[in-house]
Design a protein around this ligand. Structure first.
Ligand SMILES: Cc1cc2nc3c(=O)[nH]c(=O)nc-3n(C[C@H](O)[C@H](O)[C@H](O)COP(=O)(O)OP(=O)(O)OC[C@H]3O[C@@H](n4cnc5c(N)ncnc54)[C@H](O)[C@@H]3O)c2cc1C
Length: 401
């Protein structure tokens, strides 16, 4: 398996040019759309990002940035990792707790830096989005633009928006997430696959005693668990997950909060109070979903990136990290090819095998959280990708531009 790109490809994006791509339209100003916009602008492309949200709000939960994601972010925008570190938290310890909030085990997190050359950083999704936004000219981001479809011929792609606008580009990138309209038009594979687990998450600022600075906490319950992340500036992200055969999303914020409070009713006060002090409207309830891997991500002058291309269960923390790899490698392929079709063919050839393996292993990893038979779970994951846990981490984290 090829885990590294060759030394010749270690190039600076700013030194390239792509004469056959002038205008690029990106659908989605999530982490993937913004990262690829920054990278493609360095090739000299005129890049426009279209986002359905009306404004950038402080939303999302806590995100873990792993060595491979950080390697690629730094290759796209040198120095950005320092900015993210200052905005989030460099994890020094991981702490396992029981549901009473008592510490069972503590492990140093220095192995990330020592073994893979980058730390483990936890950051608020929204802050990372804002850092990426700050690297783009404001006139290149178009909020309140929900894409509803596109048409393409040999020369252009025309993109249509709900507000009646139409734009034209040489290349269209669908970075519009797990429910991508671009994917639906290209592939039409219907709704995402529910993986049998529900998630509730938020970021809050509060006085708490459960997590020391620099710590990342994991609370293991029975068919339920909680992650606790320091995300910088005194903010804490909590993320509660529970095995749940069916899912029904509530439209009522108070009911959503009651659901979580009922689930953690017999947990220790230090944990329960985190949920209790959270304003109900800040709790995001979502089903955990993925999709099956695709054989192709592109048609003509249209392609997919990030969750639109390879949505995966969050178990291995590779959703955003693998998306930063996509952003860099798509840009690299555009810089090295002599046509859009050649660029997109080599992009998917590089990316599909790697992300396919991550998708499969992440879906299996999801169930590891809920089982007491972790040995059997690990064996299934090992059989899936012929790699032990440690070999998988080496393969994932050592990947470099
Ligand atoms: C608001 C939000 C909060 C998140 N918070 C977390 C988190 O806390 N922790 C975590 O691990 N992951 C989080 N994620 C998911 C994580 O960002 C992704 O798994 C990963 O980063 C891949 O990103 P992406 O850019 O491919 O997709 P996404 O992050 O899903 O971004 C897709 C973007 O496309 C926009 N969009 C969708 N459809 C259209 C359309 N038709 N027209 C125009 N725009 C459209 C969406 O509004 C969104 O901004 C969050 C995603 C979102 C959208």
């Amino acid at each position: 398996m090829n885990t590294h790109t060759s030394a010749q490809e270690k190039i600076q994006l700013g030194k390239l040019s792509t004469p056959f791509i002038e205008k690029v339209a990106i659908i989605g100003a999530g982490l993937g759309g913004l990262a690829v916009a920054i990278a493609l602008r360095k090739l000299g492309c005129e890049v426009q990002v279209y986002e359905k949200a009306q404004d950038f709000r402080p939303v999302g939960g806590g995100l873990g940035l792993l060595p491979n994601g950080l390697n690629f972010l730094d290759a796209i925008e040198p120095g950005i990792v320092e900015t993210i570190k200052n905005s989030g938290c460099e994890v020094s310890k991981t702490v396992l707790k029981n549901t009473q909030g008592e510490t069972i085990r503590t492990n140093p997190a220095s192995r990330f830096q020592d073994k893979y050359g980058q730390p483990l950083i936890t950051v608020w999704w929204w802050r990372l989005q804002q850092i990426l936004v700050s690297k783009l000219p404001s006139e290149s981001i178009h909020l309140h633009h929900r894409c509803v479809g596109f048409e393409q011929d040999d020369h252009h792609v025309s993109i249509y928006f709900e507000n009646g606008e139409k734009v034209s580009a040489d290349l269209l990138i669908g970075a519009d997430g797990i429910n991508s309209v671009i994917r639906e038009a290209l592939i039409g594979d219907g709704k995402p696959r529910y993986l049998g687990s529900m998630s509730w998450r938020t970021v809050i600022k509060c006085n708490q005693e459960i997590l020391n600075p620099g710590e990342l906490g994991f609370v293991k319950g029975h068919k339920e668990f909680m992650y606790l992340l320091n995300v910088g500036d005194g903010y804490i992200a909590w993320l509660y997950r529970k095995l749940s055969r069916d899912y029904s999303l509530s439209q009522d914020a108070g009911e959503v909060k009651s659901r979580v409070l009922n689930q953690v009713a017999d947990w220790g006060e230090s944990l329960r109070s985190l949920v209790a002090v959270t304003p109900a409207e800040q709790i995001l309830e979502t089903p955990i979903c993925d999709r099956l891997p695709l054989k192709s991500w592109s048609q003509g002058r249209v392609t997919l990136l990030g969750d639109a291309a390879h949505p995966m269960a969050p178990a291995l923390g590779q959703g955003a990290n693998s998306t930063f790899e996509d952003a860099y490698e798509l840009t690299l392929c555009c810089s090295q090819a002599s046509s859009i079709q050649e660029a997109l063919a080599s992009y998917q050839q590089r990316r599909i095998p790697r992300t396919q393996l991550m998708q499969g292993r992440s879906a299996l990893g999801e169930m590891r959280y809920y089982t007491t038979d972790t040995k059997n779970s690990d064996q299934q994951m090992q059989e899936h990708s012929q790699m032990s846990r440690e070999e998988f981490q080496d393969w994932a984290f050592n990947y470099k531009p």
